[in-house]
Design a protein around this ligand. Structure first.
Ligand code: GRF
Length: 201
């Protein structure tokens, strides 16, 4: 299995995944980073771990199709058969998603379908609900949508600030995402009627 992690920013999830691969806990032949932001901190993390970086800046292309074609072409060189979105701040087209059908996984910092969108943690915090969480799911043509692989709740305590809630969520993400990727890579995930089911889990 050859993995491409797509990320645009900080890259803490990217690094959590890479650490598990390096420890041999996730069996991957090769991993590359795809990044659309030249100044992103995730690039520094990749270089620190000697991970190859594919930098494809959206500004260099006149439209999304050309941008995605460039990504697809670059991915061919690495025979990529699994994509993990980890804070990739671009919506992928239905055509791109179809090309990698059931092979694109995303992490979202809420219990989907609650709090979709780019400000999920803040939206949950502002809503004064008592819990939120983390979802790892397959990507389909809708944003923040698709069959759920793993989902776990995070309590919002009265004493929580937005920063403390963010911290709790990110800590959980760093466990849940590698765990979900491992299940996929070990062939323990099957689809039944559009839902994910597990084999020997
Ligand atoms: C995470 O909260 C993830 O759930 C969301 O984007 C954030 C990325 O954080 N999709 P990082 O760049 O991995 O630190």
């Amino acid at each position: 299995m050859n993995l491409a992690v797509f990320a645009s920013g900080n890259g803490s999830n990217f690094e959590a995944i890479v650490k598990k691969i390096k420890k041999g806990e996730i069996k991957i032949n090769s991993v590359v980073l795809v990044c659309d932001q030249p100044g992103a901190f995730v690039i520094k993390r990749a270089l620190k771990h000697n991970i190859r970086v594919i930098l494809v800046s959206r500004r260099d292309f006149k439209n999304r199709d050309d941008f995605e074609t460039a990504i697809t072409e670059r991915l061919k060189n690495y025979r990529i058969n699994l994509i993990a979105l980890a804070g990739f701040m671009r919506v992928l087209s239905p055509a791109f998603v179809k090309k990698f059908k059931d092979r694109i996984i995303n992490i979202h910092p809420s219990l989907l379908p609650a709090f979709k969108g780019a400000c999920a943690i803040k939206d949950a915090y502002d809503s004064r609900c008592s819990s939120t969480g983390v979802t790892v799911h397959f990507v389909d043509k809708e944003v923040d949508h698709g069959p759920v692989i793993l989902q776990k709740e995070v309590k919002i305590d009265r004493a929580d600030s937005l920063a403390s809630l963010e911290k709790k969520i990110h800590l959980l993400e760093h466990k849940l995402y590698p765990q979900a990727l491992k299940l996929f890579i070990e062939g323990k995930i099957r689809f039944k009627k559009g839902r994910v089911c597990f084999i020997n889990f």
